[in-house]
Write a protein that binds this ligand. Structure first.
Ligand SMILES: *Cc1c(COP(=O)(O)O)cnc(C)c1O
Length: 369
């Protein structure tokens, strides 16, 4: 069934699918707890509705990137524990306190400055945020530094969990185990989506999935593990949550060979029918999909032809019955058929970048209770 006609480019967020993805991950995590990462406006899908639904489903811990995101989220999740992955920046202390947010402290300097509930992040091979091995050893020598802090969790983050066989994963786990023992006992939070799906060891006591909640395949092409063990390698165990649709704004019947779009990179040959779709790279539909992407109209895959422009994209709809390829008909640019992972792969990027790149100018529609 084609989606209902839309007047403008629309991001449809299926909150029931989100809830089922969360339920699947939570079931898999038990007895560990499943938190949710809702940074960057819940990966572009809208943190208000996403967080409200996750909380309703029983999620009690939410991770965001910044203090500003915590402040916004607090309004929509008054009772959840909100963790801030960038830690406690000095200039954000007031915001963190006002939002009752819990920073993921990543340096000795932050530890010395912070008072209250906190997570300690240990860097074990990502070389991004977190205490180095030397920092942890120093901290072990000076336990008084932790006197004003209630350490709720120790956390680390994988660099290569999307490739389960990568040797760095086991390496990071060993380093984490060794360094954790130097610190006061606290539960561990280890796995992102991919780590969560690999096994209990890669998950820790509190898992932190993000992309899997939103329907992205947590594994790199060619890899699958854990929950997906029964599936062919590369299959995505998660359900699509985001659908990007846009209306056809003009139909062109090709009567003689003619070039399409900027740069004249495609030549349409008669007989053909082209549909100009009202979404482009300004909406977050990647320009890299020119002459590479595919969309769905009336249940059929139709190719993107010519370059994607700012607000418009041309698809060849010759294969679609003419009564269905009409102005106003809704074309699905991202969804269950042409998935966010396929779009990302064709555009030379990852689903995370596609989802977070969806422009706020898109109309947002939420499905599900
Ligand atoms: C973004 C992020 C996550 C979530 O990762 P996914 O791959 O989306 O599951 C977890 N932990 C940290 C530290 C992150 O930055």
């Amino acid at each position: 069934m084609p989606p209902k006609p839309t007047r403008s480019a629309t991001l449809v967020v299926d909150l029931d699918a989100l809830a089922r993805n969360f339920g699947k991950l939570r079931g898999l995590c038990a007895p560990a707890e499943c938190a949710a990462v809702v940074k960057a406006d819940a990966y572009g899908l809208g943190v208000e509705r996403v967080a409200q639904r996750l909380v309703r489903e029983g999620c009690r811990r939410l991770f965001v990137a910044t203090a500003g995101e915590a402040r916004e989220l607090r309004v929509h999740a008054p009772n959840a524990d909100i963790y801030v992955l960038e830690g406690a920046r000095e200039d954000e202390t007031d915001t963190l306190v006002a939002a009752r947010a819990i920073p993921v402290l990543c340096s000795l300097e932050q530890i010395e400055r912070w008072t209250g509930r906190a997570i300690l992040q240990i860097d074990t091979g990502m070389s991004r945020l977190g205490l180095s091995a030397r920092d942890v050893e120093k901290l072990a020598q000076r336990p008084e530094l932790l006197a004003r802090i209630g350490v709720e969790l120790v956390l680390t983050h994988f660099a290569c969990a999307d490739e389960p066989e990568h040797p760095l994963n086991a390496d990071q786990l060993r380093t984490f185990d060794r360094l954790r023992r130097l610190l006061p006992q606290a539960p561990a939070s280890i796995g992102n989506s991919a780590g969560t799906l690999i096994d209990a060891q890669h998950r820790g006591d509190i898992a932190r999935p993000g992309i899997a909640l939103y329907g992205g395949n947590p594994f790199s092409p060619g890899f699958s593990a854990g929950l997906s063990a029964g599936l062919a390698s590369g299959d995505n165990p998660m359900e699509a949550v985001a659908t990007l649709t846009a209306p056809i704004v003009q139909i062109r019947d090709v009567e003689h060979a003619q070039t399409v779009g900027y740069g004249a990179t495609y030549v349409a040959q008669p007989p053909a029918r082209l549909a100009i779709v009202g979404a482009g790279y300004a909406d977050g539909y990647p320009r890299a999909l020119g002459n590479r992407g595919a969309a769905v109209l009336a249940g059929r895959r139709v190719p993107v032809v010519g370059r994607v422009s700012m607000d418009l994209t041309c698809v060849d709809v010759s294969s679609v019955p003419p009564e269905l390829a009409i102005v106003g008909a809704s074309v699905e640019l991202i969804g269950a058929t042409v998935t966010v992972d396929e779009v990302a792969s064709l555009a030379g990027t990852i689903s995370y970048e596609i989802l977070t790149g969806l422009n706020p100018r898109l109309r947002r529609e939420y499905r599900g209770a």
